[in-house]
Structures are given as C-alpha cells and as structure tokens.
Design a protein around this ligand. Structure first.
Ligand SMILES: C[S@@+](CC[C@H](N)C(=O)[O-])C[C@H]1O[C@@H](n2cnc3c(N)ncnc32)[C@H](O)[C@@H]1O
Length: 738
C-alpha cells in the first residue's frame, strides 16, 4: 500500500481513484477537504483521534448551514495511510451543527466525544472500495432548521437561485391575510434541505431582514452602510495608518460601530487579523459575526451568551457606555505601549437632542456615559451622535502620536464644532447618495494623533461610477468661527406692541407674546446657527416678530444692510451640488466688511426684495379692536419703503429688466379677483395668495391665471440668474459663505 507524505498528495490520489472530479467542480469549498454530492470529506495522513476530526468536520457543517449550503448526510473521515474511512451520519449531530463556532475549526476539539459509532470502511480491499464508492455517489442531505444565524445565507441562496423571487416568496408568514406561505414555512425549492420554520410570525427575523435587505436585494440597501467602492478608497487611509505603526509594534484596527462590517469586508486577511469590531444593534451583530467572525482578531462580545440579546441590542456593545470603555479585551491593547491604535469608523450621524444614542429601541432609554463626560469636560457640541464617537476616540483610545483615527462624518465636527485639533493626513469627500441618503458630502479623513491647529484642509471628492470611486474635484474646507448672529442688529428702541406674531409661512397669528410694530419696523429676520441644515426653516424674513427669539427686527435704519441674509439663505438652499451640501455654511468671519461694498449692498437689496423666499406679506389685523392693514414694505410694489429706496439707486440693464418684469407681474396681479388694492405685494405673496390653482384628474396643477403664473416663473428664473451673476461669488469673497 502506498504511504503518503502529505495530506495533499493523499487527497488528490483519493479524488482521482474515486472519480471525484475536483478540477471541474466546486469540491474544495469552505476550507473543507472536499464536499462531493451528499458527502463531506476530511483527510488526515493517520487519524489517531476520531472524535477530534469529527468535531472539526461538524464545525465545517455548522458554517455551511450558516452560509445556506446543503448539509451532506455522510461525514467521511479518511485516514489516508491506513486506507480506512470512518463514516458518520450528520443527522446524528443535528444539535452540534446548529451551534455557532468562532475561531479555526481545527482548534480546541480535544474534549469532543462522538455520539454514534462510525461505519468503518477498509477501502484497501475491493469490497470496501466498492462500498465507499457507492456512498460517494449518494446525494442525500440532512435538512436543517432555520434560525437567525443562518437565515441570511439561505435567503441569499434562494434569491440567487430564483432571481425573480420576492421577499414574500421567501419569508411569507402565517399571519398575512393572503396566507401565502413562504419558502421557509413550506420548503419547495429547498425541499429536504431545510425543515419548515414553525413560528407563526417572522418577528425574530423581521429586523434582521430589514437590516439585511442589502444582502438580499441590492436596491434596498440600508441608509447606514458604506458602499464598497468608498470602502475600497477608505482602505487607502487604513494602509497609511498602518504604515505609521512603529517597527516592532503590534496594532489593532478598532471599529466600535461596525454595523454589518462593510468597511472591513474588503480589508486583506492580514489587516483583518488586527481588527476588533463591535456594533450595538443585535441583528447587525449577527451578520458581523457571520461575515467576519472567523477572520478578525475579536468581535465584542466574542460569543453569544444567553443574555447577549437585549431588546434588539447587544449587551456590552454600546460604544458610548462606561461598560464598553472598560471592555477588558480592548483595554488590554490600550494598556500595551507596544500596540498602536487605529480607529476606523463610520459613526452614526444624526442630531440627537434627546440624549439617546440614536437607534430606536423597543422602548429602551439609553444613557450615554460619553455624553455626560463631554458635558463634564465643557464640550458643548454634544447633540450630534458622531461628535460623541469622535470626541471619545481621542479622549479614551488614541494615546500615542502614531495612533490614528479614520473617521467618516460630515465635516461640521471639524469646520464648525472644532471638536478636534489634530494633524490632517489625507481625506476624501464622499457622496451620501450612495449610502442611500440624499446627495450631500460626507468626509472620510485620516487624523494623526498629533496636536496641531490648522484652518484649511483639502479633500478629494469622489463620485461612484461603474462600481468604482472616481475623482470628481478637490474641495477645500476652511474653519468657521462666527455665526450669522454676529451681524444681527439687536439694538431696538421700545416700539409699540401688538398681539400678533408671524409663522414660518409669513402669515400673522394672534399671539400673547406679540411683536413690536410701528412705521419703523419693516420685518423680522430669523437666523440660527451656521445654516448647515434646513436653511428654509433656519433663515426667514417675515413681516412681524417670529415666535421665538432667534432673530432681530428689520427697521428703517438697518434694512438696507441686512437684506444680504436673503442672499445667504438662497445660496444655502440652492447649492444643489452634493459636494457643497453639508460642506459649506454661512459665517461672519469677515464681520461687517461686506457693508463697505456699496454695489453688493445694492444687489443684495434688489435680490432680497424680489426673491420668493422673502416671506413678508401685507395682512390685515386688529389693533385695539380696529381693523388695520400692515403692508409689506420690503417689496417693489408702489410706495413701499423699498421702492422709494430703489428710486434713489442707479440700476444697470439687468436690474432694469428685472424691475420691468416685476411691474408687469404686478400688472397681471391687479387683474386677479383675489387682488387686494390696499395691499402691497412681493413675489411670495403673489405666488401664495393670488396664483391660485386646482388639481386635475391626474393630480397636475392647473393655474386659474396662467399669465400670472408665467410671469411668476419668468421672474423667479431671472432673479436666480441675477443672483448667480452678481451675488454668489461675493458671498464667498466676504466669507458670508464658507
Ligand atoms: C453609519 S453606520 C456604519 C456601519 C458600517 N460601519 C458601515 O460603514 O457600513 C453606524 C453604525 O453604528 C451603529 N451604532 C449606533 N449607535 C451605536 C452605539 N451606541 N454603539 C455602537 N454602535 C452603534 C449602528 O447600528 C450602525 O450600524
């Protein structure tokens, strides 16, 4: 009998002898020594401990179940140099196959004891060889139970093998009124491969399925996850961070919010072996373990215990908790001076004014230790969840200069919130559209853990095309200090008060707080923060005081200089380029410099009085019980404060054309029955009150006064063009937009 020197040699010889066509078929799969028809094979030169080899094979079967692969009925362990095979039936190890094992299948198998006696086949004789050959021709499988560990794998296989199938075809449950039983409850495609799922509802799977839509159906990618082309790009930053690891040091790549592990999924095996990952949401954790559990250094928690599932979350994995900060697995590396720390994260970004961590729980309120610590440390910008991750990264994890942080986040944390002063190494700007959010910019930056004050950084903006991240532009980000409120005019003498104020739509409402009003008061500007989000709400010009205090009165004294705020709002609202969205903001870092530019003041005044988003309206109200009309003074209708001012200015051709168009619009407005001759009208009120319409059977708007509507549209286009030509660049020049 031939004696083999290596397993490989014996294995190939065995395949050839028993007509296992491993060259043209997927036989060497899933790290096994071979899967052929209904058989899983495990070769050893000499099997001295059957239990150990059996357990190793059971672990492979467990992994196959998780991946949605059919479970061979025969487990055949081959002792090559004995020419002997031990045959077990996988059905006898049903329970063991349904467990989840982490780590290498060949390790820690000593304690296992077989539950059944194997059928021993000596295949050095003809009869034995014949029996083994017959077994190897069998196509029999052990049907498995579906659970949350393997449902994704089976779903993926189902969709792969049934490309037109819907989610309902697979998941359809007992609760639906149509009573369509899906594949999992009535296996047809997987008949004899899976056992029918007995639970009435998909409750346990539902959340998992939502989270895993991306894996089932690419179109339904969750808004959270980083698209692979951007992961590949971000990997460049990981590699730079690794190159900073001093010779002789170990390093870890820590991702506290790994989700389902997209960022890491494209790292090399060697890089993965340094990764420590966790995520707070339970079903993401399941996928993470399934996807990367075997390849990474650790997942936290490393194995699932009885109490790991905590109402939709993973116990001990809330990265913002004290418990997580004290995690012994991570701590071991942090305490090791010869270990470099690389944090690599795409934290959840969302404003969380309520103090919750941000993910919806089943009624569970989560306290954030990091949030408390930020407050204790005097950090005010705590609402944004990403800020808590970023702040805590530097506070608790990065200790040496060679440590690095690669973080995905809208640039606000650096540009406005000034959460960190670290050395910028390299960065990208990605389009959130590909994260299935609306188009806007998310920065991905490698920060070195070296204190440094810089005011400007340049990021390479990348689009995705044909599954590749493609260079689009270089975007420079400059830090901002002063909010728009710096140019607010808060000096106001006591004026008469009336018991009305304005709503965001510009309409008056009776109100106890009321508003100052007399002939000097022309409006009220509302302005909050840096206008990075929702400029339509955060910047408003209305006729009377707005119902909160974030603004100032526009008066005869200040209106001409303050009209620029309408231009700022316009810019923020209409920067349609994704690279500017959530990237630029307003500032007053050059203070009142713009006021010295008379030409700009004139342009901003003309634009502000014509723009649709100047929401000043003429309206009637009761003052001391008497009906009183408060006119809109900041429009170019007859005899308003603004039109009198306009008469004193010299206008260029474009401006005269604009005014001419406005006058024709007013002419049309006067023909409309809803027109009130006691009012003065700006564009907004004409559009809102006079340009009435109804909806036809196809839900299309049909305007009652088409001529008026045409003039409105024409004027809007003209004012937009005027803005682009005369104002836009000036806003940058005076750092009103930054
Ligand atoms: C923007 S996603 C990024 C996921 C993944 N890293 C990727 O890029 O595809 C943020 C992740 O943070 C997780 N998360 C949210 N709050 C968390 C917390 N307090 N602790 C740990 N993970 C959290 C979410 O479940 C989500 O998967």
């Amino acid at each position: 009998m031939k004696v083999y020197l290596t397993e490989k040699e014996g294995q190939i010889d065995f395949f050839d002898k028993f007509a296992i066509d491993w060259r043209n078929n997927p036989v060497l799969v899933d790290n096994t020594d071979g899967v052929w028809k209904g058989n899983i094979l495990e070769f050893k030169l000499n099997i001295s401990n059957i239990n150990k080899v059996l357990f190793q094979t059971i672990k492979y079967l467990s992994k196959m179940r998780i991946k949605g692969e059919s479970i061979p009925y025969n487990i055949i362990l081959i002792s090559l140099n004995d020419w002997c095979a031990y045959v077990f039936n996988s059905k006898d190890y049903f329970e063991e196959i349904h467990k989840v094992y982490y780590g290498a299948a060949s390790k820690n198998n000593d304690a296992f004891i077989a539950k059944s006696t194997p059928n021993k086949i000596d295949y050095s004789y003809q009869e034995g060889a014949y029996n083994l050959l017959s077994l190897l021709r069998e196509e029999k499988y052990t049907p498995i139970d579906l659970d949350e560990n393997c449902i994704v794998g089976w779903a993926e296989r189902y969709y792969r093998e049934n490309p037109k199938a819907t989610k309902g075809d697979f998941l359809g449950d007992d609760d639906t009124s149509s009573k369509t039983l899906g594949e999992i409850r009535e296996p047809r495609h997987f008949k004899s491969l899976i056992n029918p799922y007995k639970k009435k509802s998909n409750e346990k799977f539902k959340y998992l399925m939502d989270k895993l839509n991306d894996r089932l159906n690419k179109k339904d990618l969750g808004a959270f996850y980083t698209p692979i082309p951007y992961c590949i790009k971000a990997k460049e930053l990981v590699e730079i961070a690794i190159s900073r690891v001093p010779i002789g040091n170990d390093y870890i790549i820590l991702d506290r919010c790994a989700g389902t592990g997209n960022l890491e999924s494209i790292l090399s095996e060697a890089q993965l072996s340094h990764c420590i990952l966790s995520t707070y949401e339970y079903y993401e954790y399941k996928v993470l373990c399934e996807r990367l559990g075997e390849k990474v250094r650790a997942i936290i928690p490393p194995i699932e215990m009885e109490d790991t599932y905590d109402r939709g979350f993973v116990k001990c994995a809330d990265a913002m908790s004290k418990e997580y900060l004290d995690n012994p697995i991570i701590k071991k590396y942090l305490d090791d001076e010869k270990c470099t720390i690389i944090l690599y994260e795409n934290p959840p970004y969302r404003d969380d004014t309520s103090g919750m961590t941000g993910i919806k729980s089943e009624g569970k309120k989560i306290n954030s230790y990091v949030l408390e610590q930020m407050k204790i440390n005097g950090i005010s910008k705590t609402n944004e969840l990403a800020n808590r991750f970023i702040w805590s990264a530097f506070k608790y994890y990065l200790r040496q200069e060679n440590d690095s942080y690669i973080v995905f986040s809208p640039i606000k944390y650096w540009k406005i919130d000034k959460l960190i002063n670290k050395r910028f190494r390299k960065g990208f700007l990605f389009n959130k559209k590909y994260f299935h959010a609306s188009p806007s910019a998310i920065a991905c930056i490698l920060w070195e853990n070296v204190n440094e004050n810089i005011d400007e950084i340049s990021l390479e903006a990348l689009e995705i095309n044909n599954e590749l991240a493609i260079y689009s532009d270089d975007m420079s980000a400059t830090r901002v200090t002063n909010e728009i409120t710096k140019i607010f005019d808060k000096k106001i003498r006591e004026h008469a008060k009336i018991k009305y104020s304005c709503k965001t739509d510009g309409n008056f409402e009776p109100n106890e707080i009321g508003s100052y009003y007399d002939n000097e008061i022309l409006g009220y500007f509302v302005g909050r923060g840096f206008g990075i989000s929702n400029p339509n709400l955060n910047f408003n010009l209305v006729r009377l005081r707005f119902s909160d205090n974030h603004g100032f009165y526009v008066t005869l004294n200040n209106y001409y200089k303050k009209m620029i705020i309408i231009s700022i709002k316009h810019y923020l609202m209409f920067c349609r380029d994704w690279k500017e969205n959530e990237f630029i903001c307003c500032s007053t870092d050059r203070g009142f410099d713009y006021e010295k530019d008379n030409e700009l003041l004139k342009r901003a005044f003309i634009f502000g009085c014509l723009d649709y988003y100047n929401k000043c309206k003429s309206q009637e109200l009761l003052v001391d019980g008497k009906p009183t009309i408060i006119k809109n003074e900041l429009c170019f209708d007859e005899n308003t404060v603004a039109s009198k001012k306009l008469a004193t200015l010299s206008l260029n051709k474009d401006e005269r054309q604009l005014l001419d168009l406005f006058n024709r619009l007013i002419g049309e407005a006067k023909k409309v029955p809803e027109y009130n001759s006691k009012y003065t009208y700006g564009l907004y009120q004409i559009a809102d009150d006079l340009n009435t319409y109804y909806k036809d059977e196809n839900d299309n708007k049909v305007y009652n006064h088409p001529e008026l509507n045409s003039y409105l549209e024409a004027l809007r286009k003209k004012t937009d063009a005027y803005f682009d030509k005369y104002i836009k660049d000036k806003l940058y020049e005076y750092e009103l937009i930054k």
